[in-house]
Ligand binder design. Structure first.
Ligand code: GUN
Length: 283
């Protein structure tokens, strides 16, 4: 079997066009949705992500501000920046790019963001709302993956879904969204005893480990839908996912490529979350 390639770039473009239309309608009512992205330090990967987020906002007609702060900023000064953004009426969404330098307490910073502006969906009250089935903001990457699955008409009710990776950003919220859609969900972590035995049960396999090509074709159930969240730079400069595409695409029925799969969806859903935050702020 050769898997169908799930085109995240194309779907993200459709979603971004829809956002742009809704932004135009909102602007006609006198409201421009605004996103603030806070970047602490100069991590090269984070800098690229932040630039891409700001560019996508501008293209869709949203207002965006990037706040670049020195890597040695004190926690108090960073919290003050967040508090100012909470009070800023032009800003409807606040995103603090992670990871933060080690001297800053990321949990404390996230908890300081006003929950109704937490477009990442990382605040504990948003995590709790998601867990109890009343989501306000769905974290962007898992939300984008749900849209990809929907676009492929993947039946989730009663399906075996296996999520490899248990981060607060991807793995845990992904599991909650799949569960809410009626899947039977297994979350694997770095201590999982027999990972291949778990992944081979999956009708839907979502991999977010940050370990290049760790999931190989022999770990995939024939006909499974494989979603690869990873984006890793190999020593030869090539970009690759957490799934070995060449072997997995021979076994799966559908698979996301890297790049061009999950990555573009994350930004599209950030725009959706920011737009909806602005719509809600207008009552
Ligand atoms: N770092 C990696 N992914 C993300 C994300 O979705 N949001 C934020 N804020 N930081 C990240």
């Amino acid at each position: 079997m050769t898997a169908r390639i799930i085109d995240g770039k194309a779907l993200s473009n459709t979603i971004k066009e829809d956002v742009a239309q809704r932004v135009t309608a909102l602007k006609e009512k006198g409201l421009t949705p605004g996103l603030a992205v806070v970047l602490v330090g100069e991590d090269p990967a984070s800098s690229v992500y932040v630039r891409n987020k700001a560019a996508a906002c501008e293209k869709a007609g949203l207002h965006s501000e990037v706040i670049r702060l020195k890597a040695d900023i004190t926690e108090t000064a960073l919290l003050d920046v967040v508090l100012d953004l909470n009070a800023n009426p032009r800003i409807h969404g606040i995103l603090v790019q992670l990871p933060l330098p080690a001297h800053l307490d990321a949990a404390k910073v996230i908890e300081t963001i006003a929950a109704e502006k937490d477009v990442d969906g990382f605040h504990i009250s948003n995590a709790g709302l998601l867990m109890t089935g009343q989501p306000l903001f769905r974290p962007c990457t898992p939300y984008g993956i749900m849209k990809l699955l929907e676009s492929q008409d993947v039946a989730l009710r009663g399906a075996e879904a296996v999520v490899v990776g248990a981060s607060n950003i991807v793995g845990k919220p992904m599991a909650m969204l799949l569960l809410a859609a009626g899947a039977t969900v297994t979350i694997c972590n770095s201590k999982t005893r027999d990972l291949p035995a778990q992944t081979r049960r999956a009708d839907v396999l979502v991999v977010a480990t940050g370990r290049p090509e760790m999931i190989t074709g022999d770990m995939v159930k024939p006909g499974a839908v494989v979603i690869d969240v990873g984006i890793n730079r190999l020593p030869d400069g090539r970009l690759t996912g957490d799934v070995e595409f060449a072997s997995a695409s021979q076994v799966a029925s559908a698979i996301t490529p890297v790049p061009g799969g999950v990555g573009p969806m994350t930004i599209a859903m950030l725009l959706v979350n920011t737009l909806e935050a602005a719509e809600r702020s207008a009552g």
